[in-house]
Design a protein around this ligand. Structure first.
Ligand code: PMP
Length: 405
């Protein structure tokens, strides 16, 4: 069987591969500190679980949903967004609509499908979420990468972004708070970005805000369009319930954008997956979102503790220059190139991430995700989702490895 060239050039998700390796090692009887997870180890709020249970009794919960999602939920997501961000689409004179999909990954896939013609360029900022470049390429687009650095707390330079723009640039993807860096861009950065966008009215900004509720130090993340509401017209908002409702497996994501785009996305959705999960949409219509206002308080407490453990571990190992302060999401990106052990490696080779991550797993039992897939060579993503005690243990083992001279 000859597979398509399109699928042959698509890389499978790195996290799946890593998890297979972790299972192998665990089966051999060795203890593994699994720091690869892309989800929180917490059940959704009990009130949310209760409304899902109630909806189990209705026939409509088991039947097709409208392709773009159920109208009351689309309106509710829009209202919720406007309330949380303190913006109004009407005031921005923006003919907006909401389309619900099977997870925000699916929303992104539809956005690229509706926007990209072969050869169109999409700007990605490193470190980026693994799926962006693969999805862009899948639709025939060309990812153009703008690099950021650990010593800038992984925040990209706006002038570098300007240099990356050509007459083929279609869109730029912003992901703040960022997976895998665990930071959000500052309000000043967002203000500068809003200023920058005034020079590019035809540039579409895809703002992936999946982690917006998961900040564990104040103030909460802000966005460029809050500085200039007219920018909402060129913005595509991506969000969902995977992280903010701790419900990765329920597969609900949504997109808020100009109607022209959401209609095009609905066309793709109508010929591929149809509407999203009816049971969960019905439960979300019933559920009072404000019940989640304090749901994350204990989670945030744990994330702060883990962030503090990382800080202390680097400080105690005399490696403060390897530390940067995270504030959101639940990841930390280790930049190996700044660490003592890295001097032993062949510097002619551009990226050692896979080899280092494999070696760390073998020698310490700590499982990480290699950073090569995040567009940041010689790095690895560490999830802060273990409980505090095992997290501290794992961090101790990791630091011992890293600090070797
Ligand atoms: N965007 C980012 C930045 C993510 O980290 C993820 C999932 N880890 C997604 C989108 C997709 O999430 P989902 O499809 O579960 O909504």
């Amino acid at each position: 069987m000859e597979l398509s060239s399109r699928v042959k050039q698509t890389k499978g998700s790195i996290t799946l591969k890593v998890n297979e390796r972790v299972s192998e090692i665990a089966q051999s009887g060795k203890h593994v500190y699994n720091m690869t997870s892309g989800q929180l180890p917490f059940k959704p709020s009990s009130e949310f679980v209760e409304v899902i249970k109630k909806q189990l009794n209705f026939l409509k919960s088991y039947q097709y949903s409208p392709v773009a999602g159920m109208k009351p939920l689309r309106a509710k997501f829009q209202e919720h967004f406007e309330h949380r961000r303190q913006v109004s689409f009407a005031k921005a004179d923006c003919d907006v609509d909401c389309i619900i999909s099977n997870g925000s990954k699916h929303s992104l896939y539809n956005v690229f499908g509706a926007l990209i013609d072969p050869g169109d360029e999409v700007i990605l900022l490193t470190p980026f979420w693994v799926s962006y470049p693969e999805m862009v390429k899948f639709w025939g687009g060309v990812p153009v990468v703008v690099k950021s650095h650990a010593f800038d707390a992984y925040t990209p330079n706006i002038e570098e972004m300007r240099k990356a723009i050509t007459n083929k640039t279609k869109a730029i993807i912003l992901n703040s708070p960022n997976n895998p860096a665990g930071i959000y861009y500052t309000d000043q950065w967002m203000k500068n970005f809003a200023e920058f966008l005034k020079d590019y009215p035809d540039l579409t900004v895809i703002s992936d805000e999946l982690y917006s509720e998961l900040y564990y130090y104040d103030p909460k993340p802000t966005y460029f369009y809050q500085h200039d509401i007219s920018l909402l017209k060129q913005t595509v908002i991506i969000d969902g319930i995977s992280k903010s409702f701790a419900s990765t497996g329920l597969r609900i994501g949504f997109c808020l954008a100009q109607k022209e785009l959401t209609y095009a996305m609905a066309k793709i959705q109508s010929q591929t997956t149809s509407g999203p999960n009816s049971l969960i949409q019905r439960a979300l219509i019933e559920f009072d979102f404000s019940l989640l206002d304090h749901y994350f308080d204990p989670v945030k407490e744990q994330l702060r503790e883990c962030a503090q453990i990382i800080r202390m571990a680097f400080r105690d190992a005399n490696l403060p220059h390897c530390f940067y302060q995270t504030n959101s999401g639940f990841y930390y990106l280790l930049d190996f190139s700044r660490m003592p052990f890295f001097n032993h490696l062949d510097h002619e080779v551009e990226d050692h991430s896979d080899q280092i991550v494999e070696d760390i797993l073998e020698k310490t039992g700590v499982a990480l995700v290699p950073g090569s897939s995040f567009g940041y060579p010689n790095s690895a993503r560490m999830s802060m989702t273990l409980e505090v005690a095992p997290f501290k243990e794992a961090m101790g083992k990791l630091i011992e490895y890293i600090a070797r001279k």
